[in-house]
Ligand binder design. Structure first.
Ligand code: PEP
Ligand code: MN
Length: 337
């Protein structure tokens, strides 16, 4: 259920109404669009609520039901695109935000070399895993806190925003202290208690699509974060499991256009995990830009074959630089078309 407030409603009156709902054991999430406040009532089952009682509340112009299950992520609640802003980059404002870095953080030297190179090439965000979700417990698991320190140092030095994955709540405070954007990996997309805890930090969250998640599953996972009152959610298409085994995953480019239609949240594309094949990363990145992605996430390494993880899909710094040049041309062409 959504409460559309009268046009003359003051912010303090809208907040008062949210407090009143809370008193009725209902959680209200406030938004303002075109100078009109709206409150989404996000707990409980809408079909069991008696709407009439809410239309008599002060400042309420009308009460409307949600027609879709993803209440907060959907365009019904918010028509304008959400823009997640960090330092000098805005994700979702129509520009293209590029995140790049190694699959795993390996050393301080590696992070400095990568940060310098990607920032020269035009990337805005440094990525790197410190706690790695590896399919085998015998594979490199990440440097943990030491890795986070390397990344923070390099990101700060080159004025880059940073992003790293949170695998479980035990590491959350530590990662939140050192990193700007908290990543939820594909394997944890439906770890609902983790989603809630990450949401509660108030920090931007990069939510990757689960390995076999439908759009509905994906948006409902975003809903868990949004429901905590944290509006800074970025979706990431990173490929899904299909019958095709040639590629590591099947990159679903349609997700960009479809999720843009269904949701106001920014959507970025990760062609590295999406294909698992180094050579396929640039062409799929171009396709994502042409489809209207708000950003890209690319795995890069000074010596890709020597990467501690995901070597097959990691591109070199030179290849990244070349790719960025082409991306700028494609983005400009799309914007002016
Ligand atoms: C990653 O980005 O480091 C990663 C593990 O990706 P995903 O969760 O999409 O597999
Ligand atoms: Mn990886």
């Amino acid at each position: 259920m959504r409460l559309i407030l009268k046009k003359n409603t003051l912010p303090e009156e809208a907040n008062e109404l949210v407090a009143r709902l809370q008193w009725m054991n209902l959680q209200g999430i406030l938004t303002q669009e075109n100078e009109q406040f709206q409150i989404a009532v996000v707990n409980g089952d809408d079909t069991r609520i008696d709407y009439k009682q809410f239309s008599v509340l002060p400042q309420v112009e009308k009460v409307l039901p949600f027609t879709q299950k993803f209440k907060l992520a959907g365009r019904e609640f918010k028509k304008k695109n959400t823009v997640v802003q960090l330092k000098n980059c805005k994700i979702g404002d129509g520009s293209l935000t590029v995140m790049a870095g190694p699959c795993s953080i390996e050393s301080e030297e590696q992070m400095f070399q990568i940060a310098e190179s990607i920032s020269k090439a035009g990337a805005h965000i440094l990525r790197g895993g410190a706690f790695k979700p590896r399919s085998s417990p015998y594979d490199f698991q990440g440097l943990g806190k030491e890795g986070l320190l390397h990344m923070k140092k390099a990101a700060d030095h080159f004025n880059l925003v940073s992003v790293s994955e949170v695998m479980d709540p035990y590491e959350l405070d530590l990662i939140a202290e050192h990193v700007d954007i908290l990543q939820i990996g594909a394997r944890n997309m439906q770890n609902f208690s983790l989603l809630k805890q990450v949401g509660k930090t108030g920090k931007p969250v990069l939510l990757k699509r689960g390995l076999s998640a439908t759009y509905m599953d994906f948006l409902m996972a975003a809903e868990y974060i949004l429901q905590t009152g944290n509006p800074h959610v970025i979706l990431c298409e990173r490929g899904i499991r299909t019958f095709e085994t040639y590629t590591r995953n099947t990159l679903d480019i349609a997700a960009v256009a479809i999720l843009h239609e269904l949701s106001h949240l920014p959507i970025i594309v990760d062609p590295s995990h999406g294909t698992g094949i180094r050579k396929m990363v640039p062409p799929m990145a171009y396709a994502a830009v042409a489809a209207g992605a708000d950003g890209l996430m690319i795995e890069v390494h000074p010596n890709p074959d020597k990467s501690y993880s995901d070597a097959n899909q990691t591109i070199s710094l030179e290849c990244f630089d070349e790719m960025m040049k082409k991306i700028r041309v494609i983005k400009e062409a799309c914007d002016s078309a």
